[in-house]
Design a protein around this ligand. Structure first.
Ligand code: ZN
Length: 145
């Protein structure tokens, strides 16, 4: 029988979880995914997940680890990141910290047609008549005769 252990604690958050600790985490949860509660099959990839994510103040220690499927882990990580971003946004708003305004480049140059349309909208003058070969105003023909 294995002697009881106090539980592994990472010296810092970047330390890899040793294989013996991964095995203990797997065994402690009887090989069942912590998130979907389904057994982890030998062919499936699994990871030791931090129940409370490191970015949300969780500790890098054995007691905070649980086995999860690779695909379950991806979804949880996305949720953890979204939670962190929301908390940070709320705290920044509460403390009156404003993000620097985003620098914007010059807009794309306007086409001649768009520039003319914009100029017309500003002056509110009627547009000049179309120059169509099929349509000739009658006044022009009267002046000529
Ligand atoms: Zn799962």
């Amino acid at each position: 029988m294995a002697r009881p252990t106090k539980g592994w604690i990472g010296k810092h958050d970047g330390v890899n979880i040793p294989p013996r600790v991964r095995l203990r985490v797997y065994d402690a949860h009887k090989g069942i995914c912590y998130l979907c509660r389904l057994p982890i099959k030998p062919t499936e990839t699994w990871q030791a997940d931090h129940k409370v994510a490191l970015i949300n103040g969780g500790e890098h220690r054995e007691a905070n680890l649980a086995p999860v499927h690779g695909h379950c882990h991806v979804a949880k990580t996305a949720k953890d990141v979204a939670e962190k971003a929301k908390v940070a946004a709320i705290r920044k708003k509460h403390l009156g910290i404003v993000d620097a305004p985003k620098l914007r480049g010059a807009p794309f140059p306007k086409t001649r047609k768009a520039a003319r349309r914009e100029q017309h909208a500003a002056t509110k003058l009627p547009l000049p008549p179309r120059k169509s070969p099929l349509f000739q105003p009658k006044e022009a023909t009267n002046d000529a005769s």
